[in-house]
Design a protein around this ligand. Structure first.
Ligand code: C6P
Length: 419
């Protein structure tokens, strides 16, 4: 039966059959995994592809003239082509494999930023950036005497058009922004930001780490200059990620890492470099990771982004509604389901988020607590830390009920309310 013919609950139940991790108990309770913004669980279809590769085809790609090495190279190339198709890039060589979003952002900062940002230029970031899309730009600004300008979020966790129009100016050379905040779940108006930046001839770096697992990406439609994401947040293994860059930009950028497989000719005193994409992929490639990412893409497309969107929208509205019934809970960012994904940050009155998370863990519920690698956003929101429940399309309404019920016990455990 087609997934689209099923009810939301039937869809989720069917999808969950693909995830072996959910069949186990944690602390004597069924696992309620609500930390999907940190990393997602892996379906059997992805695990099987990785297993098959290591069982039957493992070899170092690009380096051997023997059958297995050629097979490994072919698998790696096929994965790259699949990613190119998935994000609708124009050229396959615009897809660079990295270890994850962090490495991809550092690559852009050091290769593009160090060479094309100059003294007095402005780099525009949102205040909600993950440290991976903030600290590298801070380092570039320090080294090149450029200035960091921040787009601030409002009480709904959104960045207003006024804020964007005011801060992106003729001085802007680069805008680096997440499509979705890993703390607030806000979907930022990146289409507007890209258009505005291009009007001023600035390039845009889009951090899709928290968006591509939930929102279909089309880099040509967005007309974005660079985009990055991590496989592990979209059902693939850890240690594989992607940098997309427009070909003309990537061509003029120098390599970031030097070593095997990224060279053309090496002489005693000088080296010429391989063409794209090899120029940016020094060292032995993560073929198993690339195969896993490609299998994850096939899996997501098989479920369908329309199904993913519908399931997550229902789960998110349900969770926001449930949590807001607890008078001791404060939710950060948008309180309704608009312009947001299922990343929900909140605090419980008088209780440190780490204590909340520990108490929930005893009930088999996994959420993240802390600053979420977003110190400046924490300061902007006037807090040190939050609890964060983040949903994916395999979560259930029952898991959200368990979260809400367990949260009701937190203050009682710590003696703030009567048991
Ligand atoms: N956010 C979280 O719990 P890596 O670690 O390289 O796979 O991804 C870095 C990264 C970049 N941008 C955004 C928006 C992110 O959310 C992350 C990772 C995880 O929020 C781990 S800190």
């Amino acid at each position: 039966m087609q997934l689209k013919e099923l009810s939301t609950i039937e869809k989720i139940n069917k999808i969950r059959e693909d995830f072996p991790i959910f069949s186990q108990q944690i602390n004597g309770k069924p696992l309620a995994y609500l930390d999907n913004a940190a990393t997602t669980q892996k379906p059997i279809q992805v695990l099987d592809q990785i297993n098959r590769y290591y069982k039957k085809f493992n070899a170092n790609p690009h380096r051997g003239a023997y059958t297995l090495s050629i097979k490994a190279t072919n698998f790696y190339n096929m994965a790259r082509k699949n990613i190119k198709r998935f994000i609708n890039a124009k050229h396959t060589e615009e897809i660079i494999f990295t270890r994850g979003a962090t490495e991809a952002l550092n690559l852009i900062a050091y290769s593009y930023g160090m060479n094309f940002i100059n003294e007095g230029d402005e780099i525009v970031l949102s205040i909600a950036e993950h440290h991976s899309n903030l600290v590298p730009w801070q380092q570039i600004a320090l080294a090149k005497k450029a200035k960091l300008i921040y787009l601030y979020t409002d009480e709904n966790g959104q960045i207003s058009k006024d804020e964007i129009n005011k801060k992106i100016t003729n001085k802007t050379k680069l805008v680096a922004i997440a499509q979705v905040s890993n703390v607030l779940g806000t979907v930022f108006p990146v289409e507007h930001i890209i258009k505005k930046a291009h009007k001023h001839n600035a390039v845009v770096v889009l951090d899709m780490a928290q968006s591509i697992p939930h929102i279909k990406a089309d880099v040509q439609e967005l007309d974005v200059d660079f985009a990055v994401f991590s496989g592990h947040k979209m059902l693939a293994p850890m240690g594989i990620g992607v940098l997309y860059g427009k070909k003309d930009l990537l061509i003029k950028m120098p390599p970031f890492l030097f070593g095997g497989d990224m060279i053309d000719i090496v002489k005693e005193q000088s080296t010429t470099f391989a063409p794209l994409p090899q120029k940016f992929e020094a060292g032995t490639q993560n073929v198993g990771g690339a195969i896993g990412l490609s299998a994850a893409i096939d899996y997501l497309e098989n479920i369908g982004y329309d199904n993913i969107y519908k399931i997550e929208k229902e789960l998110t509205s349900y969770a926001l509604n449930k949590l807001s019934q607890n008078p001791n809970i404060s939710i950060f960012g948008s309180k309704n389901g608009d312009d947001r994904t299922g990343v929900i940050s909140f605090t419980v009155k008088d209780v440190h988020p780490h204590d909340v998370s520990t108490i929930l863990d005893a009930d088999g519920i996994a959420i993240r607590s802390g600053h979420h690698c977003a110190h400046p956003l924490m300061t902007h929101c006037k807090t040190n830390a939050t609890c964060r429940a983040s949903l994916y399309f395999y979560n259930t309404f029952e898991e959200i009920d368990r979260l809400a019920e367990s949260l009701l016990t937190v203050r009682k455990w710590l003696g703030f309310d009567k048991r």
